[in-house]
Design a protein around this ligand. Structure first.
Ligand code: 2RA
Length: 350
């Protein structure tokens, strides 16, 4: 299989290459990393310590999916932002490759599947109409993977979600900003409150804004947490109230979730359902609870959705509260992208 990784030098692109290096996708033959012109020619096999021989980085401006030497491209994983996906994705798909897109570009398009392999694998049973499959937003993926097993307890009626999202969600710049402003504060300084990757300095702070806010004061991230689960779970009327907060955590998103069902449910039944769910690590009260640094401390743990603090709503027998943690670069992006690609390779149409 010949694969292009668009955005190969970003945090998600690097994670994708490491997963391919670990054999997460069988039959890989050619890997073509694509990135900005500044990175052209870089040897990522050496830089990232891979066993997998990937080709020297190709500059985005020089990447022509219609070119003869890319005629056999089978798959392209995009992690370079919506503008590049919008501009290049359809061309790559038209040239015959399956596009698996980590950006928000096509997520809400009716003819583009929004795929979480553990939740709605059927959406990849046939080749996507436009040759494009979208990876949901990182905070959406962990949420729906926690919700899906609980649907056995009753129909979901309403969600109230507060997400606590790591700096790595803002890419390399986000990580650099967290580090530099934290050092500045620890050295007794006060980072300037100038507009930044996160709108305001993140060091030892909380920033209740991820992405631009609309006239109603709702951020892009909060809109994603409402509309994407509705599409993935096929619940167009699901009521969702979301608050997305950037927190001074390097990696790993956390979510406080309040779920209302159409019937009474118990925390014990929820724990049993979560324990039986593949890809979920459920924590009983005697097992502590998940925290981002621990969740992101190994490949195995980073591949799971961790659910703890499972408890009743004392004022509503039809509601439960959960604490959901996952590695936003792995579960939230790269691993899900590769799992979608693997769904395709296991199908009859690819
Ligand atoms: C963030 N979910 O955390 C967004 C995009 N990765 O910034």
């Amino acid at each position: 299989m010949n694969i292009a990784v668009i955005g190969a030098t970003g945090v998600v692109g690097k994670q994708c290459l490491q997963l391919l290096d670990a054999g997460a996708l069988p039959g890989v033959e050619r890997v073509i990393p694509v990135a900005s012109g500044r990175s052209a020619g870089r040897d990522l096999t050496a830089e990232y310590g891979l066993d997998l021989k990937v080709e020297p980085v190709v500059a985005l401006a020089d990447f022509d999916p219609a070119a003869a030497d890319l005629a056999g491209l089978d798959l392209a994983i995009f992690s370079a932002g919506a503008p590049i996906s919008l501009e290049l994705g359809p061309k790559v798909a038209a040239a015959g490759a399956l596009v698996v897109d980590n950006s928000s570009a096509f997520r809400m398009e009716d003819d583009v599947p929004l795929v979480v392999p553990q939740v709605n694998p059927h959406t990849m049973a046939t080749r996507p109409a436009r040759g494009i499959a979208s990876v949901p937003n990182c905070s959406t993926i962990q949420l729906v993977r926690a919700l899906h097993p609980l649907r056995a307890l009753g129909n979901l009626e309403r969600l109230v979600v507060a997400s606590y999202q790591a700096a790595s969600g803002g890419g390399l710049r986000g990580l650099e900003e967290l580090a530099s402003t934290s050092r500045e504060v620890l050295d007794g300084g006060e980072p300037a409150e100038t507009p930044s990757r996160f709108g305001r300095t993140l060091a030892f702070n909380l920033v209740p804004e991820i992405g631009l806010r609309d006239d109603a004061g709702i951020s892009h991230e909060e809109h994603k947490l409402r509309r994407e689960p509705r599409k993935i779970l096929d619940l167009p009327a699901l009521r969702v109230a979301a608050t997305a907060v950037r927190v001074p955590v390097v990696n790993g998103h956390s979510e406080a979730v309040h779920i209302t069902f159409d019937r009474p449910v118990t925390a014990a039944d929820a724990l049993d359902a979560l324990r039986a769910a593949p890809g979920v690590r459920a924590y009983g009260e005697d097992e502590g609870y998940p925290r981002p640094r621990q969740v992101c401390s190994s490949v195995e743990s980073s591949s799971l959705v961790h659910v703890g603090r499972i408890r009743a709503d004392l004022d509503d027998p039809c509601s439960l509260l959960l604490w959901v943690v996952a590695d936003n670069l792995m579960v939230g992006a790269a691993l899900t992208a590769v799992e979608i690609a693997r769904l395709a390779t296991e199908s009859t149409w690819m």
